[in-house]
Design a protein around this ligand. Structure first.
Ligand code: AMP
Length: 216
């Protein structure tokens, strides 16, 4: 099983580039943020436990996050998944060590580490304007990528919402946390042979082709 890491601040374009990687390389998406949001929506025990933390933009505990990811990785190993993109994990050094231990235990390794760089101002502009189709979860932007005629291009839905953690003050808190927690994670993976970084402020299609050049 090939493992790709996608690292970037809120609004760096991880969602868009994950979609590109999934389609082009037949990879499976593992986003810890999506897992938590799903559990919250379904009001599961886990969802209720993490709701307040996730919606305010704080981090769920390492212990809980590591256990959930290990469970999902177990399923993918057993199902023979070809390759996985880890999006939003690992986010702390403790998570890095848990992941590295897991991979070593099953003789797996990370193929590529993709870092998408955007300035804080661009991250705020993108994330705080993000709206999501209530039906299929496709992302749009209130100003820069409005749904055509108010309808989702993917499913035709006409109801859009803002993630609570995308409110501007929460985005700013998430960015502060990102710089604090992710800097050591990035420093760790800079040493990895498959590490590369891309200017995430370029148009999405250019970022995708830069990723392709580095992956092939
Ligand atoms: P994201 O969609 O990646 O921005 O994640 C949304 C929220 O889910 C984060 O602000 C955290 O509250 C939680 N979360 C996602 N991934 C992690 C992680 N690796 N460690 C801790 N909390 C996480």
């Amino acid at each position: 099983m090939d493992i790709y890491l996608l690292i970037g601040a809120p609004g760096a374009g991880k969602g868009v580039q994950s979609a590109h990687l999934i389609e082009k390389y037949d990879l499976t998406h593992l986003s810890t943020g999506d897992i938590f949001r799903h559990e919250i929506k379904e009001e599961t025990e886990l969802g209720l436990e993490v709701k307040r933390i996730v919606q305010s933009g704080q981090l769920v505990s390492d212990d809980l996050t590591n256990r959930i990811v290990a469970g999902v990785l177990d399923q993918h190993r057993q199902n023979g998944t070809k390759g996985l993109i880890l999006d939003g994990y690992p986010r702390t050094l403790t998570q890095v060590h848990a992941l590295e231990d897991y991979l070593a235990k099953y003789d797996l390794s990370i193929s590529k580490v993709i870092l998408l760089n955007v300035s804080d101002e661009e991250a705020v502009r993108r994330a705080s304007g993000r709206i999501i189709c209530s039906n299929c979860k496709k992302s749009y932007h209130r100003v820069f990528n409005q749904p055509n005629d108010g309808k989702c291009g993917e499913c035709g839905g006409s109801d859009f919402f803002q993630r609570p953690d995308d409110k501007e003050e929460n985005v700013r808190d998430r960015l502060t946390l990102y710089h604090q927690q992710n800097t050591p994670v990035i420093d760790f993976y800079r040493q990895h042979a498959g590490f590369f970084e891309i200017n995430g402020e370029l148009p999405a299609s250019v970022v995708s082709s830069e990723i392709d050049k580095n992956i092939l």
